[in-house]
Design a protein around this ligand. Sequence first.
Ligand code: NAP
Ligand code: F7E
Length: 341
Amino acid sequence: MSKKALITGITGQDGSHLADLLLKKGYEVNGIIRRASTFNTQRLEHIYQDPHTKNYIFRLHYGDLADANTIRKLIYKIDPDEIYNLAAQSHVRVSFDIPEYTANIVAMGTLRLLEAIKDYEEQTGHRVKFYQASSSEMYGSSPAPQNENTSFNPRSPYAYSKVFAFHCTKNYREAYNLFAANGILFNHEGPRRGETFVTRKITRGVARILAGLDKKIYLGNLDAKRDWGYAPEYVEAMWLMLQQPEPEDYVIGTGEAHSVKEFLELAFHYVGISNWQDYIEIDPRYYRPTEVDYLVADISKAKTKLGWQPKTKFEELVKIMIKHDLELQGLKEKAEQIKLS
Ligand code: NAP
Ligand code: F7E
């Protein structure tokens, strides 16, 4: 019998990569999707299965983390071995505009899931492993490098909601013996990254400028430093956390930090433009009321205990993303000039 996984947030960047990974490992993959007025499964098109397919192993179910009743019913219906909670209003800047909604999904949504799992385990005796998508944003203003012992100083509604969810996960592990692990992931990116996060906004913007569609990219704070890794490698770490004998919390990152400005310079450099300043305008609307200046991971624990380490370096990540966005704009020749290692 193949293992069954349930992924919340399966239509997102990480959810789609995790679905790829678990299908390759032979899992039956179940995902929760929200009802939308247009298709929202673009990142899943390559693995989508019609429900009438024989041996249907990729199953999508309607649900929402705001809806405890449906979540509970889905857990009973699917009977999963592993649950990965990746669903979130995940945009930090937007969380200042919609704090209550962000907390409802990110904080309370996690609590709803954990309560449903606890109840399900008590009723059925079936042990379910739970992964919580915690975030480096929880560290906020704590000095870098950050590891599992660094204190949290959240600087946004998104971050304090993730801190709540982190502690819920830990408490359900300690109080009710749930197999519940937090992955504290630093920024991870790639061609499937949402278009309004800064890395993708830059690579997409550069490609659109070259295609003659835009003249400028409007950005906020260029001085912030982040530890940027490659998303497909990070979902491997999520899976590894649930294969350990005991549930624990792990920091995942690259151990290297770069500023937004460095990302910009490199993205323009790969398409042969050195006067990148001419194409950038600072728009204060992208500033955050409280910013996180400097995040960089200390991944000693993940290296030792999970045997995990990142493979894709910063320069390669920028190349992968810019190449992809050039291809999307039909700039085939330009894309071919960028050679990946
Ligand atoms: P993402 O691309 O923004 O995907 C978020 C997912 O959550 C989407 O599938 C979205 O569905 C779903 N979702 C949003 N609100 C929901 C709700 N009310 N009920 C059910 N589903 C809902 O995020 P990501 O980059 O893949 O990140 C995955 C998780 O890791 C998130 O929890 C994020 O906060 C966390 N995280 C991300 C990073 C990173 O660098 N990427 C780092 C640390 C932690 P729609 O497609 O319908 O919008
Ligand atoms: O911002 C600056 C911005 O929105 C990175 C999420 O996945 O990673 C992500 O959160 C930096 C910030 O990512 C623009 O001020 C400048 O300093 O790409 P971002 P994030 O806030 O780090 C963490 C780990 C998560 O958990 C989150 O879910 O870039 N910045 N100009 C800008 N950022 C955006 N979005 N847009 C700009 O125009």
